[in-house]
Design a protein around this ligand. Structure first.
Ligand code: UT7
Length: 324
């Protein structure tokens, strides 16, 4: 039986746009280097009044409006983030309060850039077992707050934002790759790679928030291998061929990772949604943000077969095949 259905999508971006040229005034970098190595041209950076919680709430409202449903019918909120408003309570509970749908289930998921895929799978599993009828699954980040703005190897790569989907429990009426809903999902983690991408702080270790540290080229190599392998797993599990996929919505870390992964699998670059040029890497927000962008600009339509995929700190990685 197919999993939960996506009823609507939404996203939110901070007001302020920061170009590569502006960053080059601060650290030893250039627009040319950033564009050539990553494909990034600009990113949105949160102002002090914009937080993970406010961006998540705005994205959630947009997704509810798109789905045409009221917040009161949401019984579950799963929010993926590595940059919560506070160490606790979960930012999901702040979103719940802001939307005025208190009483259901609300919690955060920490799987960094793969967070949205993990949150989607968690929400889908809970909806399937009847714990709620409708869910909001949100990826939201203010990575700008954990960047070392003097480290040119990381500070040029990330941006802030949020994306959300409204998910409805499966009706049980239709199944298979032609029916709407989540068709197949695979998730993985390899804690042995912790030191290649991490934050050097936290409440239980340094009592500071810390900064992002990354061994970029090593992460790059793992990303291409892990992503192509998990995409193959989902295709095999669901019996879907590469040619049947209408769109791939990847985590937006680096345009070269998107190209290399698509090439490895024989996916046409025309089918890959790219927003990294405008949004940079927004971690857990990047997949739902790209999905919403491509739905709103008319590329992704109802009935399309869409593959979501992501890889991030942990390492964690995963993919999910969905008929919209
Ligand atoms: O979202 C989670 C997953 N994250 C990722 O998937 C990120 C994966 N990694 C990457 O995207 C790439 O490895 C980076 C974009 C981070 C780096 O690109 P690269 O082509 O792997 O460059 P590199 O790290 O090998 O550095 C090449 C050169 C170095 O100089 P030397 O040693 O050759 O003289 C760096 O110091 O580029 C230098 N460099 C820069 N130069 C200008 C590093 N960062 C910058 C910069 N501006 N911002």
């Amino acid at each position: 039986m197919n999993g939960s259905r996506i009823l609507g999508t939404g996203s939110a971006l901070p007001r302020r746009i920061v170009t590569n040229a502006e960053l080059a005034e601060r650290v030893d970098t250039s627009d040319e280097w950033i564009v050539e190595r990553t494909g990034i041209r600009q990113r949105h950076i949160a102002e002090p009044d914009e937080t993970t919680g406010t961006l998540a709430t705005a994205a959630a409202r947009a997704a509810l409006a798109d789905a045409g449903i009221d917040a009161s019918s949401i019984g579950l909120i799963v929010l993926a983030t590595a940059t919560p408003d506070n160490t606790f309570p979960a930012t999901a509970t702040k979103v719940q309060a802001a939307l005025g749908c208190n009483g259901g289930i609300a919690f955060d998921v920490a799987a960094v850039c793969s967070g949205f895929l993990y949150a989607l799978a968690a929400a889908d599993s809970m909806l399937r077992t009847g714990m709620a009828k409708r869910a909001l699954v949100i990826g939201a980040e203010t990575f700008s707050r954990i960047l070392d703005w003097d480290d040119r190897t990381t500070c040029v790569l990330f941006g802030d934002g949020a994306g959300a989907v409204v998910l409805e429990a499966p009706s049980g009426e239709a199944s298979g790759k032609d029916a709407p809903g989540i068709i197949g999902t695979r998730l993985h983690a390899d804690g042995g790679c912790h030191d290649l991408l991490y934050v050097d702080g936290g409440p239980s270790t340094t009592q500071t928030v810390g900064h992002v540290r990354m061994r970029g080229p090593e992460v790059f190599r793992h990303a291409v291998v892990n992503l192509s392998s998990v995409l193959r797993e989902v295709l095999e599990e669901t019996g879907v061929s590469v040619d049947e996929i209408d769109w791939v919505v990847p985590h937006q870390a680096n345009a070269r990772i998107l190209d290399a992964t698509a090439r490895k699998l024989g996916i046409s670059p025309d089918k890959v949604i790219v927003t990294v040029d405008r949004h940079a890497n927004t971690s857990a927000a990047s997949v739902p943000l790209a999905l919403d962008t491509a739905r709103r600009d008319g590329r992704i339509k109802a009935g399309d077969l869409v593959m979501l995929e992501a890889m991030g700190g942990g390492f964690t990685w995963g993919a999910s095949l969905i008929r919209l």
